[in-house]
Write a protein that binds this ligand. Structure first.
Ligand code: DAK
Length: 258
């Protein structure tokens, strides 16, 4: 499907999705959020795709939800349409791994979108923030919950209450991003990481994603139990047999997603 607000490209086994509303610093309007949910649904269904990279422009990953679209909303309209919510849920329902490659501004809904991915690789120019308080609103796409889990209560409160931005170095120190790379290397690094993931068994990668995400949703005891069952279950796959045989035979594993 062709998109108005995204550029989608599949190279080898990696689907690169680029947010593309440069005039509005990739502000997320309902069309873009819906298209993103659709693109991810397609990537999920496409057997060729084994990993997804979500990125923006050098200046902005996304500068937040589209303020001009939201400005005139009444409570009843926001409540009845549940603006962005269903498509945001479709984004987090994606089971294949998603890497966010963030350069420039990742603010408000943009920061929340990056946090909805599985991990974030940031360029040294990245700036993260939850400045919704400056608009008289709070975060609406999980920012109060996810940022707190990433960086702890104190820093999350600081970000949400002051609306200040966090640079890439602070974001890495705080655990929000997994690595920081020079801006010119961002796409290359993110694609290389995705390519590495794409070499694994997609069954195992999806199981790993589900198990790690479980740690956000449940108690430690239940999470560990879930992981154990997932571990047991993977012994029913041919890819487990192949992975271990390849190790013993000192060769590269040839996973077949079986
Ligand atoms: N919305 C719409 N347009 C935006 C925008 C945004 N968030 N951010 C930037 N733009 C537009 C600017 O209006 C400008 O357009 P023109 O005037 O040229 O037509 C163009 O992008 C370039 O921006 P600037 O001229 O401002 O560029 P600067 O380099 O001077 O400044 C900036 C860059 C990122 C610091 C600044 O643009 C800025 O502060 N932007 C707003 C950042 C912000 O407040 N973001 C949070 C938005 S609220 C929900 C889910 C999610 C949300 C809510 C509910 N539900 C599921 C219920 C999320 C809410 C938000 O994200």
């Amino acid at each position: 499907m062709a998109f108005e607000t995204l550029i989608v490209d599949i190279t080898d086994h990696v689907c690169l999705i680029k947010l593309n509303r440069p005039d509005a610093l990739n502000a997320l309007n309902t069309e873009m959020v819906a298209e993103l949910a659709e693109a991810l649904t397609e990537a999920e269904a496409n057997e060729k795709v084994r990993c997804i990279v979500l990125t923006g422009s050098e200046k902005a990953f996304a500068a937040g939800a589209d303020i001009s679209e939201m400005a005139e909303l009444s409570f009843v309209e926001a409540f009845l349409t549940d603006i962005y919510a269903r498509d945001a849920d479709r984004i987090t329902a994606t089971r294949k791994p998603i890497i966010a490659a963030v350069s420039g501004y990742a603010l408000g809904g943009g920061c929340e979108l990056a946090m909805m991915c599985d991990f974030i690789i940031a360029s040294d120019s990245a700036k993260f923030g939850q400045p919704e308080i400056n608009l008289g609103i709070c975060a609406g796409m999980g920012g109060t919950q996810r940022l707190t889990r990433f960086v702890g209560k104190s820093k999350a409160m600081d970000m949400h209450l002051t609306g200040r931005f966090m640079d890439a170095e602070e974001a890495e120190r705080a655990g929000l991003v997994s690595r920081v790379v020079p801006t010119r290397k961002l796409q290359e690094e993110a694609m290389a990481a995705a390519q590495k993931i794409a070499e694994k068994s997609v069954v195992t990668a999806m199981a790993v994603k589900e198990a790690v995400n479980r740690s956000y949703e449940t108690t430690l005891t239940e999470g560990v139990r879930f992981e154990r069952r997932m571990f047991n279950a993977l012994f029913a796959t041919e890819d487990q047999a192949e992975g271990m045989a390849a190790f013993k035979e000192k060769r590269e594993a040839q996973f077949r997603d079986k």
